[in-house]
Design a protein around this ligand. Structure first.
Ligand code: DCP
Ligand code: MG
Length: 680
C-alpha cells in the first residue's frame, strides 16, 4: 500500500532507497510490486537529470522542514501541551456536533480509465501490459502493467525499462470524454446533482434513491456499477459507500478494480475504520504532509491525529489542525454544495504582455462580445460586472503578516508570494440586468481605464448576480466545468480536502489587489512552493525567518529564471504570441478548465495534488533544459482561452505535432531527461 514503511535511511551503497518520487508510490493494483527494484530503476534512469536535481532539492527542503518541526516540538513544555489539549477537547466537541450520519454518499471511480477505454476500442490489448501516453509521460497504465511498477505520471521510458513489453497507446481525450458522458448519464439516474470530480470519478448522494427504492447503499452501488458496465459496453468501475464524501472516496479505492466497499453509517464503525487508516489514504495528504506528520510527529494513522491533537494545534495553523482533527474523527462533507447553482459566467483571454492601450481596448471589446454571446445562448442576465486583469510583473516577494489563534496567542506567520503575476479584480454593480455587449463593454472600459497605464497579460470579464428567472432556468449540473464556472475560478478542488488550508497565499489577498500564487496560470510556481508554505508556522524566530527565505529563494530559482527570460522576450513577440506562442518553453503551465495542462494536454484534476506537482516539475525541467540550450522553434497552440459552463471536457484534442515519432502528443523525452552530467 502506498509507501507505508518507507524509510528515510540512506545507505551509501543503495542510494535509491531514499529516492521516493511519485513514480515509486503504489497505486491500486501495485501491491505486490518490488518497490526497491522500481526505486532503483527510477533512480538510475533519472540520476543527473534536472528532474533528479529538483527532486533532491525538494527532498533536502523537506528534511529541513522535518528537523525544524522536531525542534519546535521539543521546545513545547508540558504546560503548553496541556493548554493545547484543552483546545483539542473543545474542538472535538464542536466537530462531533457537526457529525451527520443521515446521508449515504457513494464515490465512484473508473478502473484504469483511459487504458480501459483504449482496450474497449482495441480488444487486442486485453490482458497485455499497456500504458496510455508516450515515452515522455504516461497518463495511466492498465492493471497488467501496474504489476511491473508502471503507473500514471511516470515517464514512459522508465515504464518501458520496468516492463519491456509495455505497449504505448497515445492519449485521445475525445474518447475519454465520450465514455465519461456515458457514465454520467448513469450517475444522473441516482443523483441528478452528482458532483463530478474528474472525467472518471463522481460523488453521488444516494440517500433519497436508497430510501425511495428500499435498497441499501451497497445494493445501489452494485446496480450502478453494472449499469455503467452495460452502458459503456464493458468499462468497470469501483465504488465506496459511506456517510460522507471523504470516507466514500477512501472506500472506493479499497476493492479496486471492479469492486466496492461499504462503510456502515454508525459512529463506532467509522471510528474503528478511520483510526487504523494510514494518513496517506486521505485526499489532501500528499508526500510532504505525510512525511512531516510521520517523521516529525510520529503520526501514521488517522487515529494518531486525534491522539496527538495537541501537537497539531501547537504546530500548525488552526485550519490545518482542524482539518487533521476532523479527518481523525472520520468527518467529511455531507451536504450538496450550493455552488452548484451557477453564480457567474466569465470569459477571458491570455496574451503576450502589452501596455498598448489601443490593443487592450480592442481585446476588451472581443471579450465583452464573447461574454455577451454566451450569456445570450444561456439566457442569462446579470448586473455585477467584474474585470480581472493579470498584470505582468515578475518579482519574488516575501511577506510577514499576523493573525490570532484560538488561544489568543499572537502568531507571526510568514508566507511567500510570487508576484510573477498580479491579479487585480475590479467590480461594478450595474443599474439593471443585462447581457448586451454594449453595456458590458461600456462599464468594462471604465474599469479598465482606471487601471491604465499598465502592462497586462490577461483580461477577463465576469458577470454575476443573475436575475431570478435566469437562475431558475439554469440547469443544475454536476460537471467539472460547470463547477469551475460556478465557483468563478479556474482552480477549484472538488474534494473534501477543500477545507485543508494549504494555500498560504490566501492570507495575502488584499481587498483590492489580489496577489495570487497560482490563479490559473502559475501552477508551476504554486506547486514548487507548496512544499514550503504548506504550513504557516508559529513562533518563528528572526533567524529562522531568514533561513526560510533562503530556502524559498532556492526553490524559486528555476522559475525565477524562467520569468526573467519570459520578461525579456514576451513584449517583443506580442503580436506573434497572440495566435501562436513562438517560445513554448516560456509559456507558463496553465490547468485549462482547471484540469488540463496547456502544455501537453495531460489531464489532471486538482485533487491530484502530487501528480500535478510532478507534472509541473516535468515541464519545469524541460523549460530549464531549453533555457540552457536556447530557444526552440516548435510551436504550441494559442493561449486564447474561455471559461464557459458548456465548455468541456470534450473540446478537440490538440493536433499531433509532426515531429513526434512515438505518436503521443507529449514532449520529446530528450528534453526531459537529458543528463546534465554523465555519471550513470
Ligand atoms: N490521469 C492522468 N495523469 C495522472 C493520473 C490520472 O492523466 N497522473 C488520468 C488517466 C486516468 C484518469 O486520469 O485513467 C483517472 O485517474 P485515476 O487515478 O482514477 O486512475 P485510473 O482510472 O487510470 O486507475 P484506477 O482508478 O483504477 O487506479
Ligand atoms: Mg480511476
Amino acid at each position: 500500500m502506498d509507501d507505508e514503511g518507507e524509510s528515510s535511511s540512506n545507505s551509501p551503497s543503495r542510494p535509491w532507497e531514499s529516492y521516493n518520487t511519485v513514480f515509486t508510490n503504489a497505486k491500486a493494483g501495485m501491491e505486490g510490486v518490488d518497490k526497491e527494484k522500481v526505486q532503483r530503476i527510477v533512480y538510475e534512469m533519472s540520476k543527473g537529470s534536472k528532474y533528479f536535481q529538483n527532486e533532491e532539492r525538494k527532498e533536502a527542503l523537506m528534511k529541513q522542514k522535518i528537523e525544524h518541526m522536531r525542534d519546535r516540538c521539543a521546545k513545547l513544555s508540558s504546560s503548553d501541551l496541556s493548554n493545547y489539549q484543552k483546545v483539542v477537547d473543545r474542538r472535538i466537541l464542536e466537530l462531533e456536533a457537526t457529525r451527520d450520519l443521515s446521508r449515504v454518499w457513494l464515490h465512484v471511480d473508473m478502473d484504469a480509465f483511459y487504458a480501459a477505454v483504449e482496450t474497449l476500442s482495441n480488444p487486442s490489448l486485453k490482458g497485455k501490459p499497456m500504458a496510455v501516453g508516450g515515452l515522455s509521460m504516461i497518463s495511466t497504465a492498465n492493471y497488467e502493467a501496474r504489476k511491473f511498477g508502471v503507473r500514471a505520471a511516470m515517464p514512459g521510458f522508465i515504464a518501458r525499462k520496468l516492463c519491456p513489453d509495455l505497449i504505448f497507446v497515445p492519449v485521445d481525450f475525445s474518447k475519454y470524454t465520450h465514455y465519461s458522458d456515458l457514465t454520467r448519464k448513469v450517475f444522473r439516474n441516482y443523483d441528478p446533482n452528482f458532483i463530478a470530480g474528474s472525467l472518471d470519478e463522481a460523488y453521488l448522494d444516494i440517500t433519497e434513491v436508497c430510501r425511495e427504492r428500499g435498497l441499501s447503499g451497497g445494493e445501489i452501488a452494485e446496480e450502478l456499477r453494472s449499469s455503467v458496465h452495460s452502458e459503456t459496453g464493458g468499462l468497470t468501475c469501483s465504488a465506496g459507500v459511506a456517510a460522507n464524501r471523504l470516507l466514500a472516496k477512501v472506500c472506493s479505492d479499497i476493492n479496486k478494480p471492479n469492486g466496492q466497499f461499504v462503510l456502515q453509517n454508525d459512529r463506532s464503525t467509522v471510528m474503528t475504520f478511520i483510526s487504523l487508516l494510514p494518513i496517506r489514504k486521505i485526499g489532501g495528504i500528499g508526500k510532504v504532509t505525510e512525511h512531516i506528520l510521520k517523521d516529525a510527529l510520529e503520526i501514521k494513522t488517522c487515529g494518531d491525529m486525534v491522539l496527538k491533537g495537541s501537537l497539531l494545534y501547537a504546530l500548525f495553523t488552526q485550519s490545518s489542525a482542524d482539518f487533521f482533527l476532523s479527518v481523525g474523527l472520520g468527518l467529511g462533507k455531507t451536504d450538496t454544495p450550493e455552488v452548484r447553482s451557477r453564480k457567474s459566467i466569465s470569459s477571458e483571454r491570455t496574451f503576450a504582455a502589452t501596455g498598448d492601450e489601443r490593443l487592450l481596448y480592442s481585446k476588451l471589446a472581443e471579450i465583452a462580445e464573447m461574454l455577451s454571446d454566451d450569456m445570450k445562448k444561456e439566457g442569462l442576465m446579470a448586473r455585477t460586472l467584474t474585470l480581472k486583469l493579470k498584470t505582468a510583473t515578475f518579482e519574488v516577494d516575501f511577506q510577514m503578516h499576523s493573525s490570532f489563534s484560538s488561544l489568543e496567542t499572537h502568531i507571526c506567520a510568514e508566507s511567500v508570494t510570487i508576484c510573477n503575476h498580479q491579479i487585480r479584480s475590479r467590480a461594478v454593480s450595474l443599474q439593471r440586468y443585462t447581457c448586451s455587449s454594449e453595456d458590458i463593454l461600456k462599464h468594462a472600459t471604465k474599469l479598465l481605464k482606471a487601471e491604465l497605464p499598465v502592462s497586462i497579460r490577461l483580461i477577463g470579464l465576469r458577470m454575476s448576480q443573475f436575475n431570478e428567472e435566469a437562475r431558475h432556468s439554469d440547469p443544475s449540473q454536476g460537471t467539472i466545468t460547470k463547477f469551475i464556472v460556478q465557483k468563478g475560478s479556474s482552480r477549484q478542488n472538488l474534494d473534501d480536502n477543500d477545507s485543508f488550508d494549504l494555500d498560504a497565499s490566501k492570507n495575502c489577498l488584499g481587498n483590492d489587489e489580489m496577489l495570487s500564487l497560482s490563479y490559473a496560470s502559475h501552477e508551476t510556481s504554486y506547486d514548487q512552493l507548496k512544499d514550503v508554505v504548506e504550513y504557516e508556522e508559529q513562533s518563528v524566530t528572526p533567524n529562522q525567518e531568514c533561513k526560510k527565505k533562503e530556502d524559498r529563494t532556492q526553490v524559486l530559482e528555476g522559475d525565477a529564471l524562467l520569468r526573467k527570460h519570459k520578461d525579456c522576450k514576451a513584449d517583443s513577440n506580442a503580436e506573434k504570441t497572440e495566435a501562436v506562442s513562438v517560445f513554448p518553453q516560456m509559456e507558463p503551465l496553465v490547468w485549462v478548465d482547471g484540469y488540463r495542462c496547456n502544455l501537453c494536454g495531460i489531464e489532471l484534476p486538482p485533487s491530484f495534488v502530487e501528480e500535478r506537482q510532478e507534472h509541473s516539475d516535468f515541464h519545469l525541467a524541460q523549460r530549464l533544459q531549453n533555457e540552457e540550450s536556447g530557444p526552440s522553434s516548435s510551436t504550441t497552440p494559442t493561449s486564447k482561452r474561455r471559461i464557459l459552463g458548456k465548455e468541456k471536457a470534450n473540446s478537440k484534442p490538440k493536433k499531433q505535432k509532426p515531429n513526434q515519432k512515438d505518436g503521443s502528443k507529449h514532449i520529446p523525452i530528450h528534453t526531459f531527461f537529458t543528463k546534465s552530467n554523465q555519471n550513470s
